[in-house]
Design a binder for this molecule. Structure first.
Ligand SMILES: *[C@@H]1O[C@H](CO)[C@@H](O)[C@H](O)[C@H]1NC(C)=O
Ligand SMILES: *[C@@H]1O[C@H](CO)[C@@H](O)[C@H](O)[C@H]1NC(C)=O
Ligand SMILES: *[C@@H]1O[C@H](CO)[C@@H](O)[C@H](O)[C@H]1NC(C)=O
Ligand SMILES: *[C@@H]1O[C@H](CO)[C@@H](O)[C@H](O)[C@H]1NC(C)=O
Ligand SMILES: *[C@@H]1O[C@H](CO)[C@@H](O)[C@H](O)[C@H]1NC(C)=O
Ligand SMILES: *[C@@H]1O[C@H](CO)[C@@H](O)[C@H](O)[C@H]1NC(C)=O
Ligand SMILES: *[C@@H]1O[C@H](CO)[C@@H](O)[C@H](O)[C@H]1NC(C)=O
Ligand SMILES: *[C@@H]1O[C@H](CO)[C@@H](O)[C@H](O)[C@H]1NC(C)=O
Length: 694
């Protein structure tokens, strides 16, 4: 950029030397344009220029003093209403004493005094990026291709002065009382802000309750500490339910992030920052910022996460909307929030209803609209002391596929029930511990419909996903705490299939091996057809790995290109194409009918099998439901656990199974083993049975 600028200046010099008469007639100093001329002639910052013009002192400053100008572009003035009172001296809040190029602005949380009376500081944040860094003053971003503009003023006497211009995308607004007020406050620190909030906050918000609690616990000093900190102050409207009395010393600490000045735009979202409530053995609270996009507006939230809890302060996350963000003060920045952090005094139902916690409104309305069944769900949620609710966010519910399903009331009711787990608080931590040895799952309000969980840790980010009825949803707001349980906000509605069998296979890492096997000779292609109904028994990766232990070379060959024919014939046995889908429940039911009809069975010991029409003959299986509501498929001599039944897809259903249906002759390993195929199956059967019954 420096080079470009230099080139530009050189070009100007060059042009001017060619046309020196013209240039100098225009009284422009050819080598060194002065900053006031640059600002005046720039069509992008005319609004700012008119502010400058209205400021007599600024005229003098620009004429005679070194400085840095942060000039909001015209679009910035359109973004917010600037009252007449705001405009008073506003230009001076955009001027600082020392000319600084971007790279000289300092490090994050550096403050620079402005020329506003009282010298109120502005705060620098550097947001490190992969390719280039972004610089912010308060919440405004420096436009990188339009900053570092240097002007030189050559006064009639003395040495030339350097002046620097940076353009920014927001107007900077200082925190100060109206000039008309009896005891004007300039450049307050956070405590002075609390004391004088009536004159400092424009708009309806008041913060009396919180201030009183701070005084009661004599914690004024944490709001007076010099340096740069971030303060969250709940407004009076958030003090229903006698909440004020619940605010204690720890909770006040939990509203301050020390030594970080965090404005909403540059701050990394969902990144935890330590608060003053940060003790290893008593209580520890971190705070992060998060956002929701609603139509065209971005709503900022802040979350407190109580990691170590005691009897009075429950574990979990409390979410509060930021009602007024980015109020700069002498020792940092203040955000006004709609209710206090850390306090858990609402039930799950109340959290859902909370109109300020609007992130969940649609879900509540959907349940509530179902009379009487939905109300019954709500009553169940109210009564259980330990609910875990998976609540789809508003945009997940506002989706054409979901709207379509809503027409089938019974189906949609089941879907809603699938989002509720009772008598178990499934914090992300709980799921992580539970996942160490096996895949963690939990029953829902519908019998037989379990949820399955996974937590992936990537570069310090923990992401929990949940699968229900074939839909894999990501938890976007984990561990929201309520008195009687927790809510995880998810990005998709569970149980509403949105992908074809093929799409599911190709995206679920657990099914990758079967997917790859089916890529041979385009076996998979048919699975994307939407005019058919598939029932596909899909061995998961582990199933193939286990099979490999028993018959290493056969399985290895199966996955080799030369043996594609065998791969296809094997897969064909797993795939049923019919005009209906076969859920586990349905297969089991069919089995029962058979049982009745086959009273005169020849071999009473053999379980009565159901025959499903696969692409390769019929698949004779018998489905058994175990005490723990899991299913086992009996096939040939094998007992095959169903790892995940009834994964619904738009064109069928997948049953994830723990062993492949492999038969003699499926793979001709070599002429030697080919001679005794029946023994192979027999050995396999015994080995598998052993694995199952470990
Ligand atoms: C300051 O005011 C004088 C007189 O009105 C004007 O000529 C000059 O251009 C102004 N300077 C700036 C930087 O606006
Ligand atoms: C600006 O103020 C006017 C009148 O007070 C109001 O109608 C308008 O919505 C406001 N615009 C913004 C962006 O706040
Ligand atoms: C600066 O970048 C913005 C967007 O990246 C672009 O719209 C604008 O035209 C650029 N301005 C100049 C002077 O190159
Ligand atoms: C959901 O999908 C992701 C990525 O495809 C996967 O890592 C995760 O294990 C899946 N979650 C569940 C519960 O199956
Ligand atoms: C962690 O999460 C943040 C915010 O969601 C994201 O910007 C960042 O890329 C993630 N980091 C990794 C390593 O996935
Ligand atoms: C499957 O079909 C859908 C349209 O129904 C299409 O968008 C998608 O790309 C197809 N997927 C594959 C892997 O062919
Ligand atoms: C059992 O027998 C009844 C009457 O004979 C018949 O309607 C039904 O379809 C049979 N069920 C099966 C699964 O064959
Ligand atoms: C009973 O068994 C005989 C021969 O095994 C068979 O012919 C007959 O159809 C069976 N009856 C029923 C009701 O399935």
């Amino acid at each position: 950029m420096e080079n470009v600028r230099m080139e530009k200046i050189c070009f100007i010099i060059y042009v001017c030397s060619l046309f020196s008469i013209l240039c100098c007639l225009d009284k422009v100093n050819c080598k060194t344009q002065s900053l006031d001329v640059i600002i005046k002639s720039d069509p992008e910052i005319t609004q700012f220029y008119s502010l400058l013009e209205g400021c007599n002192i600024c005229n003098y400053t620009l004429e005679y003093e070194p400085l840095t100008v942060f000039a909001p572009i015209n679009a910035a003035f359109q973004k917010r209403n600037i009252s007449q009172q705001d405009r008073e001296n506003l230009a001076q809040y955009h001027l600082t004493n020392i000319p600084k190029k971007i790279e000289q602005l300092g490090v994050s949380y550096t403050s620079i005094n402005t020329r506003l009376p009282g010298g109120a500081p502005i705060w620098i944040t550097i947001s490190r990026g992969k390719f280039h860094d972004s610089y912010y003053v308060n919440n405004a971003r420096l436009l990188d291709n339009e900053s570092n503009i240097v002007g030189i003023k050559t006064p009639s006497k003395g040495s030339p002065i350097t002046q620097i211009l940076h353009k920014i995308d927001e107007v900077l607004l200082p925190t100060r009382s109206p000039l008309s007020s009896a005891t004007p406050v300039f450049n307050p620190n956070a405590w002075e802000f609390l004391e004088n909030h009536e004159s400092l906050i424009q708009g309806p918000h008041r913060v009396r309750n919180f201030r009183q609690r701070v005084q009661y616990f004599k914690k004024e000093n944490i709001f007076r500490t010099e340096g740069g900190h971030t303060f969250f102050i709940p407004v009076d409207e958030g003090f229903a339910n006698n909440r004020a009395s619940m605010i204690d010393s720890y909770i006040i600490d939990g509203h301050v992030i020390p030594r970080e000045v965090l404005f909403t735009t540059p701050t990394k979202k969902d990144h935890p920052f330590h608060t003053l409530a940060n003790s290893d053995n008593v209580i520890r609270v971190v705070i992060s910022f998060t956002q929701e996009q609603r139509e065209n507006t971005v709503i900022n939230y802040v979350k407190s996460h109580t990691l170590f809890a005691d009897g009075k302060h429950p574990q979990g996350v409390v979410l509060a909307e930021i009602v007024k963000a980015n109020i700069p003060v002498k020792n940092g920045v203040i955000h006004l929030i709609h209710k206090p952090l850390m306090i858990v005094d609402s039930t799950i139902k109340e959290l859902l209803q909370d109109k300020n916690g609007g992130i969940l409104n649609n879900f509540f309305n959907d349940i509530n609209d179902f009379d009487p069944e939905g109300k019954l769900i709500l009553r169940t949620i109210e009564r259980s002391p330990d609910v875990t609710l998976f609540a789809p966010c508003n945009s997940a519910l506002d989706n054409p596929i979901v709207n379509n399903i809503k027409r089938d009331k019974q189906k949609y009711l089941e879907i809603l029930q699938m989002h509720v787990v009772v008598d178990n608080r499934l914090y992300v931590d709980t799921v992580m511990k539970g996942n160490e040895h096996k895949v963690f799952q939990a029953p829902t309000l519908i019998k037989g419909k379990n949820l399955y969980f996974n937590v992936v840790t990537l570069g310090g980010n923990r992401t929990m996903s949940v699968e229900g009825g074939g839909v894999n949803a990501t938890v976007i707001q984990p561990d929201l705490a309520a008195k009687n349980g927790i809510i995880h906000v998810i990005d998709r509605v569970l149980g509403v299939p949105y992908s074809t069998v093929l799409e599911k296979l190709s995206t679920d890492p657990m099914l990758r091996d079967t997917f790859e096997l089916g890529q041979m000779q385009q076996f998979n292609a048919q699975l994307n057809e939407t005019n058919k109904k598939f029932t596909y028994f899909v061995p998961r990766n582990k199933a193939w790995q286990d099979a490999k232990v028993v018959m290493p070379s056969a399985i290895k060959k199966l996955f080799m290109y030369d043996y594609a024919y065998h791969a296809i014939t094997t897969l064909q046995r797993h795939l049923v194409i019919s005009d209906e889908v076969f859920t586990m429940e349905r297969i089991k039911q069919m089995t029962r009918h058979r049982e009745v009809n086959q009273t005169n069975r020849t071999n009473a010991l053999e379980p009565p099998a159901v025959e499903l029409p696969t692409l390769r003959g019929s698949l004779k299986i018998f489905v058994e439901e175990r005490m723990d509501n899991t299913y086992v498929i009996h096939w040939e001599e094998l007992e095959i656990p169903v790892f995940r039944p009834n994964v619904e897809c738009t064109n069928g259903i997948i049953h994830v199974i723990d062993r492949p249906f492999l038969k003699k002759g499926d793979i001709r390993v070599s002429s030697a083993s080919n001679t005794k195929p029946s023994i192979l199956v027999f050995v396999l059967a015994i080995a598998f049975t052993k694995i199952i019954r470990f």
